[in-house]
Ligand binder design. Sequence first.
Ligand code: OAD
Length: 246
Amino acid sequence: MSESIDIPDSIIAALRDARHVCVLTGAGISAESGVPTFRGAQDGLWAKFDPYELASPAGFERDPALVWRWYRWRRELVAKAEPNPAHRALAKLSSLVPRLTLVTQNVDGLHQRAGSRQVIEFHGNLFVTRCIAEGCVIDVDDTAEVPVCPNCGAAARPGVVWFGETIAEHALNESFAAAADCDTFLSVGTSSLVYPAAGLAEAATDAGAIVVEINPEPTELSSAFNFTLQGKAGSVLPDLIESIAL
Ligand code: OAD
């Protein structure tokens, strides 16, 4: 049974009156689809794996085959997962407000599979492969332990952002412009620990938006938000979207 929490009327009113809603999602929104988060104490990916071995340029240089094995495992896991009610609620939200900007730190593509369009993928996409030399998106022979670029022969890499790397300029610019322009900002399922993504909620606060967090646990930034809805995204978001649609 899904747990229901009381949603303050002022949040519902803010969403009903909003001109532009900006949403930032993190790994927590896909947790109910069976995709592990990063910082969960027991089942988080970073509790079991070393991020600097698997998700950094230096780790890839040291052992590209290990990195590719890990990303293939994650691709398989995500390919079997299905979008959950939280992803679907956000897809519906776009038809209920004049303008919605959806920014995700997730690389799993579940928002798009739930029907969201024009998602800003802040940390890239798990299913994209890029040439390590030129950065372009490529198709590769996926049976190779370490696939190579068909154009130049350099190693291929997963199209995600690793530790120490910069965010794609268009994603950074569009996200921060949306955060500064929106009147309501939702921070969903993120620990708010990783910058620059965590800075979006701060930019929205600075610009005077109402900022609402949806997370079963308090986070680093909870005290800076106007509201915290303490619950799972898969039950809170459908309730919220239903309330504003009434
Ligand atoms: P984290 O693993 O840091 O945080 C996940 C958050 O989701 C936590 O605050 C949980 O309390 C919350 N959570 C868990 N289950 C939830 C549920 N059912 N509904 C709502 N919230 C839930 O994941 P991110 O904040 O996404 O970066 O991590 C940010 C970045 O750090 C990732 O994009 C990744 C990682 O290193 C890169 O790989 C570049």
